[in-house]
Ligand binder design. Sequence first.
Ligand SMILES: Cc1cc2nc3c(=O)[nH]c(=O)nc-3n(C[C@H](O)[C@H](O)[C@H](O)COP(=O)(O)OP(=O)(O)OC[C@H]3O[C@@H](n4cnc5c(N)ncnc54)[C@H](O)[C@@H]3O)c2cc1C
Length: 395
Amino acid sequence: MNDASQVYDAVVIGGGPAGLTAAIALAATGARCALLARRVPYADNRTTALLGASTDLLERLDVWPRCRDKAAALRVMRLVDDTGRLIRAPEVRFSSEEIGLDQFGYNIDNRTLMAALEERAAELLGLTRFDDEAAAVDPQDAMVAIHTRAGGSLSARLVIGADGRQSLSREAAGIDVKRRDLHQSALTFNIAHSRSHKNISTEFHTPQGPCVFVPLPGNRCSVVWVLAPKEAERLMALSNDELSDAAEKQSHSILGAVRVEPERHVFPLAIESPGQFCRNRIALVGESAHVLPPIGAQGLNMGLRDAADIADIAGNAMSLGEDPGSPQVLARYQSARRSDVTSRMFAIDIANRSLLSDFLPMQSLRAAGLHLIGSIGPLRRLAMREGLAPSWRRA
Ligand SMILES: Cc1cc2nc3c(=O)[nH]c(=O)nc-3n(C[C@H](O)[C@H](O)[C@H](O)COP(=O)(O)OP(=O)(O)OC[C@H]3O[C@@H](n4cnc5c(N)ncnc54)[C@H](O)[C@@H]3O)c2cc1C
């Protein structure tokens, strides 16, 4: 590949779910777009609770019809204080019916979602795929030059950095990132169980972090179990029977007998926030722009909103004859993403800290907060709507 002669409107670097969505959304605006991403099998067994407008976006991009029948609707979310502490929060139950929705969203395994995104991306004539990786990204006055591992080069007026946590694009843009290790790990695995989950997602709050059982189609759930790193490693090493017993005990047998399915993964947790979301013709989407612990299923939902916003903003700019990588256009992206991302990162950080805290007043505050949300209807409905998407945002 040597494509330096033609300057793309946009090149997306990184083909995870956020990058593929950004590439599809940009190509759908009519932009001349390239995706620089290795075609490799998706590496782990994570699932994503796609909330609120995320499935609307995937529907508009003609991705959702390809995978919706493999997703499970999420109708009720229960938060259960399982800390065993003196001061415990009451159980909080959020029901989608209460805010006039059939469901909050759908849980889908990432491999199925990725297959649907890849299939759609391959159909788009305005999207050129390079099965390669960026080795160097060099922002210049009128465009960004990209050199690839295989020795090719290409250039674009706008680069979308969707290259995850160790983002080369972010570094090339000169954007610093603040990183805080949470000293927690998430163990992920899927289970089959004897009782129906009734489309209820249940999150047990333990002193080491939340353990959530999220419905999958049939009598199956995905489990995200946040623990101290040593404990996560211990559970990772258990036999299938032992882990099945541990999961059944942690679920308080609400799903009946539990059998773990093959494949487990451990993710060390951190919070990462860059100083800005774009600079020097490079806009960040997905985990290059925000990393947070898996509480409230916010990470990829925010990543999809990043993708939708950059495509809208760059697409509108081009329809007015503007340069999509200009500082004015990037400033619009910065302002579109700032409140959504910073407010959610703050809220999730506080929720996580308050759960881990041994400080009695903090535990009381957390219990009181959850009590208020659980017992005051308008507050509960506000929390549900805000959990799905920011209130100031259109669908
Ligand atoms: C345990 C767990 C559970 C979660 N559950 C949820 C949930 O329920 N709901 C939710 O919304 N979010 C959830 N998340 C968050 C979600 O998984 C992430 O936000 C999402 O996977 C990030 O996608 P991404 O495309 O930004 O990054 P990635 O999936 O990391 O993709 C980045 C891609 O860029 C590629 N890349 C890197 N460098 C280069 C380069 N130089 N050139 C080309 N390509 C490159 C990588 O190979 C990779 O394919 C969870 C996270 C965890 C850890």
